[in-house]
Design a protein around this ligand. Structure first.
Ligand SMILES: [Zn+2]
Ligand SMILES: [Zn+2]
Length: 358
């Protein structure tokens, strides 16, 4: 028997409602029936983690328990398997996602609406997530990582990437159409810019705070608007002006900001689509302008999109492997999670932070 003692370093949400983090050493868990144990090398840090840590999403059914292990963009190697799982998967590099498990057989799972599966469990919310070195996940719900992607670049695609991939599919974007992206400089938005440009050959109008302009244009945005410099009416007019007078074909709201939702409908041309992805913190209000006459006479569509399916995750990773999008990552240590959450709260993060868990 090897005598080397191994423990599982993890980050606890010590006091949910605040960003207080406690680093702890735990026993390495054993996989139960249908599970795999993944030795994680990397985990992305998503805005949803901050929302869960701070209890700031009023729509979640329960407050986050103390000592929750967050995280839901993990990449690592399967090192052991539970009862009923094929042992030949040991050694495979896989990703652990927001849904730690889903039934895979209900009507929602079978129609790419996995996020609505009633028996799904969530990594980092009542199920230990990926802010730890050893993580359990459902064997039939982990995602194989393609050889051409490094683990740190693959991690943020497991939530941010597949979420925008799924949302863009729902928008049925045609080449040369205009896609406006509120929150374009963030974790989801910066991937959306690249997929719109490279996978759909369409044109991006990036909307974010002015400090993100250079970043968004470097990724391929044709135009950039600092939303803080315009009234809602001025912003809608500016977008109409650069799109030939009619407005964007699609607005993909990646920002979790009520303001972004309230600005979006007036940016869209008749027949256009608004895709709702980001979820505002705190009290939410109905989308401004979403009255029947505006929706009916201008033939606009408001479409919701949450996460992506197993299949869409595979497609997203394959597109990234082909070079259609590259995550802008900053590598940090697990111990800095509390400070990273603070940076995130201030809206100053560009792209994605990925934790090196080794
Ligand atoms: Zn996420
Ligand atoms: Zn299901």
């Amino acid at each position: 028997m090897a005598t080397e003692l191994k423990t599982n370093k993890a980050a606890f949400y010590a006091n949910p409602g605040t960003t207080e983090i406690k680093i702890v050493e735990l026993d390495i868990p054993d996989p139960g029936p249908g599970q795999v144990l993944v030795k994680l090398s990397h985990s992305g840090v998503c805005h949803s983690d901050l929302a869960v840590c701070k209890n700031s999403w009023g729509y979640l059914p329960y407050p986050t328990p103390a000592n929750q292990i967050g995280g839901h963009e993990g990449v690592g190697e399967i090192i052991s398997v539970g009862e009923g799982v094929d042992g030949s998967t040991i050694g495979t590099r896989v990703g652990v996602k927001w849904l730690n498990s889903a039934c895979t057989t209900c009507e929602f799972c079978l129609s790419s609406l996995d996020a609505s599966c009633r028996s799904a469990t969530v990594s980092g919310y009542y199920t230990p997530g990926t802010f730890q070195q050893y993580c359990l996940a459902a064997a039939n719900y982990v995602t194989p990582i393609p050889k051409g992607l490094t683990s740190e670049l693959a991690a943020p695609l497991l939530c941010g990437g597949m979420t925008v991939w799924s949302a863009l599919k729902k928008a049925s974007i045609q080449p040369n159409q205009w896609v406006a992206i509120p929150g374009a400089g963030g974790g989801l938005g910066h991937l959306a810019i690249q997929f719109v440009k490279n996978s759909y050959k369409a044109k991006v109008i990036a909307i974010d705070a002015g400090t993100k302009e250079e970043f968004c244009k470097r990724l391929g945005a044709e135009a950039f608007f600092d939303f803080r410099k315009y009234s809602d009416e001025e912003l809608a007019k500016a977008i109409k002006d650069i799109t030939g007078g009619a407005g964007a074909h699609v607005v993909l709201v990646t920002a979790g900001s009520q303001k972004s939702y309230d600005q979006a409908l007036e940016m869209i041309r008749p027949g256009g689509k608004m895709i709702c992805v980001g979820i505002p913190e705190g009290e939410e209000t109905p989308i401004k302008g979403a009255v029947p006459s505006n929706i009916a006479t201008k033939q606009k569509q408001i479409i919701g999109s949450a996460l992506g399916s197993l299949q869409e995750t595979v497609e997203c990773l394959a597109a990234a492997e082909k070079g259609e999008a590259k995550v802008e990552v900053r590598i940090e240590k697990l111990e800095r999670l509390g400070e990273i959450f603070k940076d995130m709260e201030e809206g100053q993060l560009q792209g994605r932070v990925v934790l090196d868990l080794s």
